[in-house]
Design a protein around this ligand. Structure first.
Ligand SMILES: CC(C)=CCC/C(C)=C\COP(=O)(O)OP(=O)(O)O
Ligand SMILES: [Mg+2]
Ligand SMILES: [Mg+2]
Ligand SMILES: [Mg+2]
Length: 552
């Protein structure tokens, strides 16, 4: 490695080293020896599922009962077991919604119905909230159960789209109200309010992470449904065991790359890449897709570090050219460290090739390779900027940086192993055409990455981030930029909400993959860049998801 650096006439010292911390997991995830086959748990879960399906159907003539059951099913993370039943229930609720709102003055039920229906793509009107206005600038707070009702209203505001002033106002009002009463609340309401205010609303939270939290909140409510709770626990642990198995398999592949010794300058983040992948989809039927995505992202991350944290400009030109040509014969031209990354890339795609053939969708491998080339070209362009010490305008920067954020590539990779029917050839072309839904995703991905990463990246020779571009262009301080970028992200969320309303351009399960990929970002970047710096909060999430079963 050193020899090569000298042979191109540049010393190792001029490499833009980042000094990333090592993997925090050691070999923890490599070995997985389950203690039992879990056959008993599986059987119990099946029985409960049959019973609960019957119960949900029986609830169809009771608006509130059906509403609450659908909400619990979703919050507990088991809605994927009841897809048709929940579809049916929401169709039923939608038909009764107008009449229900006309005859009831119940803020909680209105907000809950509104949220569940919008989550399901029903274009219900926000006018249903007009009657809760207090005649000034706020809303009437119900006397009996204010915090619970306002919490539900707060949650509902996260489904708002552009132009819904009543929901913009309600968002601010309910947040202020909940903050003001928080100290007076007891658990489990206090926990739920704290989560919604300081961590995630249900709309923006990652289903698996939120389900893990909600299981322990839900069981503290005396009114909880025992069958639903039991099924949620059983299912969480069954899925966790599957994730452990997948993570162990991906970790064994990763270990063969010998990252700590051969690529010590990169982020050694297989586990975190797997978390990223399982954020897009956690369900068992996405197992192949998830494992491919985790490996693809791990390699994309290696590439990103080669471009941003080690490669010399001349080396990067050779590397980019090799990726364009996509041929093992290019290996000879690469320095040793790049050979490892390049070979990993080719190997992963050989596996992709095999999997997409099994799925009857061989056309997909082309899109997967194009997605990696798309990223490499953009990374190279950014390397040019670094080399030339170019200072782009914010607009110029965002044009390139929404490519280098990797999210076009991530979305395309996330489609590769998904069954035909959900993903089609048109869907790949659609993503590359950057429609509004994807554009909104890219804006969030880039801005959140730059807000949290700019300080660390600026410690080395690195292209400037959106933060510095905007600061210089508008002559404002960092705080102002951050608040402006958060506004832009809020606006992007409204675009996302709009794109998920019917008639949607693609099947909802496909759009949900993209929605989940944005939610994953928000988890990873909530407390800073937890992918680069895997601190206690991120470690705890990973432990909750893959290491610690839910206690029965
Ligand atoms: C998983 C995705 C979308 C991309 C792979 C690279 C990665 C894991 C993160 C990149 O982080 P960072 O180095 O901060 O990104 P850039 O600033 O280089 O775009
Ligand atoms: Mg980069
Ligand atoms: Mg980078
Ligand atoms: Mg960054």
């Amino acid at each position: 490695m050193e020899l090569y650096a000298q042979s191109v006439g540049v010393g190792a010292a001029s490499r833009p080293l980042a000094n990333f911390h090592q993997c925090v997991w050691g070999d923890k995830f490599i070995v997985y020896n389950p203690q039992s086959s879990q056959a008993g748990e599986r059987e119990q879960a099946e029985e409960l599922k049959v019973e609960l399906k019957r119960e949900l159907k029986e609830a169809s003539d009771n608006y509130m009962r059906q509403l609450k059951m659908v909400d619990a099913i979703q919050r507990l993370g088991i809605d994927y077991l009841f897809v048709e039943d929940v579809d049916e229930a929401l169709k039923n609720l939608f038909e009764m919604f107008d009449a229900f709102c006309k005859n009831n003055h119940d803020m909680h039920a209105t907000a809950l119905s509104f949220r569940l229906l919008r989550q399901h793509g029903y274009r219900v009107s926000c006018e249903v909230f007009e009657k809760f206005k207090d005649g000034k600038h706020g809303f009437k707070v119900p006397n009996d159960d204010g915090p619970v009702e306002d919490l539900e209203f707060f949650e509902a505001t996260h489904l708002r789209v552009h132009g819904e002033d009543v929901l913009d106002n309600a968002f601010v009002f309910t947040r202020n109200y909940l903050e003001s009463v928080y100290a007076t609340l007891n658990d489990p309401t206090a926990k739920q309010v704290h989560n919604a205010l300081n961590e995630f609303s249900f709309r923006r939270g990652l289903p698996r992470v939120e389900a893990r939290k909600y299981i322990s909140i839900y069981e503290q409510y005396a009114s909880h449904h025992k069958g639903l709770l039991k099924l949620a626990k059983l299912d969480f642990n069954l899925v966790q065991a599957l994730h452990r198995r997948e993570l162990s398999e991906d970790s064994r592949w990763w270990k063969t790359l010998q990252v700590p010794t051969e690529l010590s300058f990169v982020r050694d983040r297989l586990v975190e890449s797997y978390f990223w992948a399982s954020g897009s989809y956690f369900e068992p039927n996405y197992s192949v897709a998830r494992m491919i995505l985790a490996k693809g992202l791990a390699v994309l991350s290696l590439m990103d570090d080669v471009y941003d944290a080690y490669g010399l400009f001349e080396e990067l030109q050779v590397f980019t050219d090799a990726i364009e040509r996509w041929d093992a014969s290019c290996l000879d031209k690469l320095p040793e460290y790049m050979k490892i990354v390049y070979k990993a890339l080719l190997d992963v795609f050989e596996e992709v090739d095999e999997e997409v053939i099994k799925l009857g969708a061989p056309y997909r491998v082309y899109y997967g390779k194009e997605a990696m080339k798309y990223a490499a070209r953009a990374y190279m362009e950014q390397a040019h900027w670094r080399e030339q010490k170019h200072k782009p305008t914010t607009k110029e920067y965002m044009k390139l940086a929404t490519k280098t954020c990797g999210y076009i590539t991530l979305i395309i990779l996330s489609f590769l192993g998904v069954e035909e029917g959900i993903v089609t050839k048109e869907a790949f072309d659609w993503v590359f055409s950057r429609p509004p839904f994807v554009e909104a995703t890219l804006i969030i991905a880039r801005l959140i990455n730059d807000i949290t990463g700019c300080e660390f990246e600026n410690k080395r020779e690195h292209v400037r981030t959106a933060v510095e571009c905007y600061m210089e262009e508008h002559k404002v301080g960092k705080q102002e930029v951050v608040s402006e970028f958060y506004n832009q992200m809020e606006s992007a969320w409204k675009d996302i909400n709009e794109c998920l309303l019917r008639p949607a351009e693609f099947p909802i399960p496909l759009l949900n993959l993209i929605l989940n990929s944005v939610r994953t970002l928000e988890v990873i970047y909530k407390e800073g860049d937890s992918y680069t710096h895997v601190g206690p909060a991120m470690q705890n999430i990973i432990k909750q998801l893959y290491l610690h079963p839910v206690p029965y």
